[in-house]
Every structure is written in structure tokens, then in C-alpha cells.
Design a protein around this ligand. Structure first.
Ligand code: AMP
Ligand code: MG
Length: 514
């Protein structure tokens, strides 16, 4: 691997603590602190993403030094590892300084055509931002993040990606269910990548410290990295940037609704300034369609981060971001207007996305009623979100609808529910008949919009159980399947969650303990 191509542009550009001090503490007026990673003499590399390594300019894994680097046992002299400081609103409340508690940066890899990708380990030790935690990670959560980051990438959803997965060779103490029952678990860590790991929380921290100069520096940096602003006038620059962040965030949430993803912890510190999915914790793909579904046990009382709440929460988070950058924008009413524009933009994109899922030629007036009829059926029957669309693609008007859709049902339909399905299909068929595109184009649109394979939580659960026992067959199979999610190749994986997993901890319910 070309470890010599790893640069430290971020660290060199911003003020930071250029000395090692691992005491957990507040670090005002800096964006990062140097951190020494732990070493892991008994580490074992479980996976390495060749294709990603090549595409970002890191090259191939060639020797034991490369392996030691991924396993965090060798750091070239040119790299000074660091963790960044950020703040955030957690479950709607200001949480003050947080920061990379167990993510440690190696720097950025400079690829071809000025592409640059940030590299960080997750789980290789404590930082000044770990608060009282240990900076480690367990195998179960690391596998979940490793596989899901890649699955989202192949689904076409903006996301951080997964470069390598290691067992740490140590055990880690965790209270998995937050029930007072602490147990040793298999320790692990990963390397993950993103164009940038900048979060809303980075700006919230600097704004709370009154460092508008640093807020400006970070926004300028993000613009250089990834934003193409139409006008460069100083006055409009930050408003234009914010508009694009609003649009990217809305686009991201539309993707989540398209594939049925619930993040589970949409705190502002988990929100990417670039519109990427970040920090895979107690997430879940939908099995049953349910707008109030939350996989996160900590979220159960209020269901703030439920599937159906994600757009509203994203806008709430953008409001916090707007507050942080307000000093950079002269006309605050315009900032408010952009923020208010989130809903119109989001719903337009969302409805277009639904029209694509249904294979409609365009979004027409009246389609709204069709969508509502469908949603009422789904919410009422809790049918499987992904399988419903698989069945719909294969549906022909002459079929017996109840038996055709049985594959997507967790419970048999009542008579009333059956009538709802038939009524919906009738309206749907009529709508399609008036479509200006051919049935085959319509089908193709559905096929590229609706995934066939999704990484369901029960599959992750079984895969983790296997790997904990040294059996990686399901892991390898999931990795293959997630690479072609729009193809129906792995039929045995494209099924409803089996019975018995309804309330299983680690599958249907997850905590933030990781
Ligand atoms: P999360 O809910 O995973 O986004 O984490 C919230 C904050 O807690 C972040 O600042 C994390 O870095 C930190 N954190 C979570 N788990 C640990 C851990 N085991 N050690 C250190 N920091 C952690
Ligand atoms: Mg986080």
C-alpha cells in the first residue's frame, strides 16, 4: 500500500494540540488533539477491502507492514494520529463537547485527480474526547458497521466506507443491554473512510465557543473539498453552501426512505456536512413497514429517531447547523428561508422517489392519493417493505393478490385488509395503464429503484454469532450479496425475517453499547 501518500492536510490547516496528552478533558479553541493509538500484538486482520483501497489510491495489501498498519501496530513516521473535537445535540438536548471518542485519524490519502479520502480507525483506544469510555469497540458492532457501510455504498446511498476489519485480540467489557450485566466480549476495530468526516457538531462546538473565525475556516475547508458554488461573492457564499447542505441532507434522507433504512441515533454529531451516512450504531433496515419503528432501545420512550421521523429530525438538526453558521451570513431571514425550504424540497424528491419505486412515468397530480392509499395498507398490515415491492414488480392484474403478496406478509390479511390491497392494486393498475412509458421501461425503473437484497438485522445477528464461533460462511455470503443488491441472485437471503426474532436483543432491538 502507498502509505507514503497519506497526508495530513486537515491537521496542518487547523489549530490543534500538538502534544500527546490522553487525559480526558475539554480542549477549547482547537479542532483536534494528537493521540497515540494503542498497539494490538494479538490483532488478526479479518477483512480488507481491496477494491476500495485501489479506488482511493492506497493500492494493494502487499507486505506485513501494510497488515501491521491496518492492525494499528505500525504507524509511519510521516503520520501523526489525531482525534477531532466536536459537540452536538443528543436526543434534542445540548450535550456540549463530545468529539472522536474512539475514532482516530491517520490522515487523508491523495488519490488520482485530486481526490482525497480521510482514513480513520475506530476502536483503537481512548482519546481526550472519550469521556469516561474506553475507546474500544466490540466485534458485533464492528461487523455491523463494516458490512452496512459497504451495503449502503452498493445501494447507491452516500456513506462512509469500510476499508479493513480486525479482531483486536483483546476482550472488552460491555453492558450490552444496559441492564447492569457487564460481560467480556470479543474486541475489534476497523478502518473506515469518507471524503470527510466533518459533522454538524464540529461547527456547533466552535460556534458555542464563540470562535466564528474557526467556523468560517471549517466551512471554507468543506467548500474546497466538495462543494461547487455557483457564485463566489463573499456575501452569498455561505448561504449557497448552507442551501447545498440542506439539499444533500434531504437527498440522503430520501435515499434512506427508498431503501428502508433507520439510522437510530440522529444526533447532530452523527450528521455529515457532506450528506453522508455516518456512524452505524443501533441502525436497522425495515422488515415490517412501520413509520414508528425504532431499533434503538434508548430511543423507545419518545421514538424521536423512528423511521418516519427522520426527515423532521434532519431539518431540526439543520436548524442547529444554521444557528452555528448564522454569524457568517448577513441576512438571517434568508438563512431561515433556506431552512424552511427543506420541506418543499424533501417532499418533492420523496414523492418522485416513490413514483420511481412504483414504476410511474412521472409524478402527477393525484399520485399523492395513490401513495396515501398504499401507505395506509402498509401501516395497517405491517407488510415487509422490501418484499412488497419485489412482489409488486412481479404482479400481474390476473393474479390472486392475497396469495401473490403472501411472501411479504408477517400475518395473514384480514378480509378488510385484503380489500384494501385489492382496491390499491386496482387504482395502481389504472394509473400504470395511463402511463406514457412502456411496461418494460416501468419495470426497469422499479428494478433499479427497489433493492432485492437488504442487510437485515437478523442476518447480521446470525453472521455475528457465526463469526464469534469462527464460522465466516454467512459473513462471506452477505458480502457477496450486498455487492449486487438490485439483483435477485441470493434468493434464500431475500426473505422475511424468520419467526422468533421479533423481540431478539441484538436483532430487533439494539442499544448504543458497542
Ligand atoms: P455515538 O452514539 O456512537 O455516536 O457516540 C456518541 C459519542 O460517544 C461519540 O463522541 C463517541 O466517540 C463516544 N463513544 C461511544 N462509545 C465510545 C467508547 N467505547 N469509547 C470512547 N468513546 C465512545
Ligand atoms: Mg457518533
Amino acid at each position: 500500500m502507498h502509505l507514503d501518500k497519506i497526508t495530513q492536510a486537515f491537521r496542518q490547516r487547523f489549530p490543534g494540540e500538538e502534544h500527546y496528552d490522553l487525559r480526558q478533558r475539554q480542549t477549547p479553541d482547537v479542532l483536534y488533539a494528537l493521540v497515540k493509538t494503542e498497539t494490538f500484538p494479538k490483532a488478526e486482520l479479518l477483512d480488507f477491502n481491496q477494491e476500495l483501497a485501489r479506488s482511493i489510491g492506497l493500492g494493494t495489501l502487499e507486505n506485513s507492514r501494510d497488515r501491521d498498519f491496518l492492525n494499528c501496530n505500525y504507524i509511519p513516521d510521516s503520520i501523526q494520529t489525531y482525534a477531532t473535537a466536536y459537540a452536538g445535540h443528543q436526543f434534542g438536548n445540548w450535550a456540549g463537547q463530545l468529539g472522536d471518542g474512539r475514532a482516530i485519524f491517520a490522515g487523508e490519502i491523495q488519490g488520482k485527480d485530486a481526490n482525497r479520502t480521510e482514513l480513520q480507525w475506530k476502536g483503537v483506544g481512548a482519546t481526550p474526547y472519550s469521556r469516561s469510555a474506553d475507546g474500544r469497540a466490540v466485534l458485533r458492532s464492528t461487523i455491523r458497521e463494516y458490512l452496512m457501510g459497504e451495503a449502503m455504498h452498493f445501494l447507491g446511498v452516500p456513506t462512509s466506507r469500510s476499508l479493513s476489519l480486525s479482531k483486536s485480540g483483546e476482550s472488552v467489557l460491555r453492558d450490552k443491554q444496559y441492564s447492569g450485566n457487564v460481560k467480556p466480549e470479543t474486541g475489534a476495530f476497523m478502518m473506515r473512510t469518507a471524503k470527510s468526516f466533518l459533522r454538524f457538531g464540529h461547527l456547533e462546538l466552535l460556534a458555542a465557543q464563540g470562535r466564528d473565525d474557526l467556523v468560517k475556516m471549517v466551512v471554507d475547508y468543506s467548500i474546497e473539498l466538495d462543494f461547487d458554488l455557483p457564485s463566489s461573492s463573499e456575501k452569498d457564499r455561505y448561504l449557497q453552501w448552507f442551501t447545498q447542505v440542506v439539499h444533500r441532507t434531504a437527498d440522503l434522507v430520501v435515499h434512506w426512505y427508498r431503501v428502508g433504512f433507520t439510522h437510530g441515533v440522529l444526533n447532530t454529531d452523527n450528521m455529515s456536512l457532506l450528506g453522508l451516512t455516518l456512524d452505524y450504531g443501533p441502525f436497522s433496515m425495515l422488515d415490517e413497514y412501520d413509520l414508528s419503528f425504532t431499533p434503538n432501545t434508548t430511543d423507545l420512550p419518545g421514538r424521536r429517531y423512528a423511521f418516519g421521523e427522520q426527515a423532521r429530525i434532519a431539518q431540526w438538526n439543520l436548524w442547529q447547523l444554521a444557528n452555528s453558521i448564522a454569524p457568517l451570513v448577513e441576512e438571517h431571514e434568508k438563512l431561515q428561508e433556506v431552512l424552511d425550504g427543506f420541506s418543499t424540497y424533501f417532499w418533492q424528491k420523496h414523492d418522485q422517489m416513490l413514483a420511481n419505486k412504483f414504476g410511474l412515468d412521472a409524478l402527477r397530480e393525484g399520485d399523492q392519493a395513490l401513495f396515501e392509499q398504499w401507505q395506509d395498507f402498509m401501516q395497517d398490515t405491517k407488510a415487509d417493505y422490501t418484499l412488497f415491492f419485489t412482489c409488486l414488480e412481479e404482479y400481474e392484474g390476473t393474479m390472486n393478490s392475497a396469495s401473490h403478496f403472501q411472501r411479504a406478509l408477517y400475518q395473514p390479511l384480514s378480509q378488510e385488509q385484503n380489500s384494501k390491497l385489492e382496491a390499491f392494486l386496482k387504482v395502481y393498475e389504472q394509473r400504470k395503464a395511463s402511463s406514457t412509458i412502456s411496461p418494460s421501461d416501468s419495470l426497469q425503473l422499479m428494478q433499479i429503484t427497489n433493492p432485492k437484497f437488504i442487510v437485515r438485522n437478523y442476518l447480521l445477528y446470525e453472521c455475528i454469532e457465526g463469526l464469534e464461533k469462527g464460522d465466516r460462511s454467512l459473513y462471506d455470503q452477505l458480502k457477496l450479496a450486498l455487492g449486487t443488491p438490485y439483483e435477485n441472485t441470493f434468493g434464500e437471503l431475500n426473505v422475511r425475517r424468520p419467526q422468533g426474532y421479533e423481540g431478539t436483543f441484538g436483532s430487533s432491538m439494539l442499544s448504543c453499547s458497542s
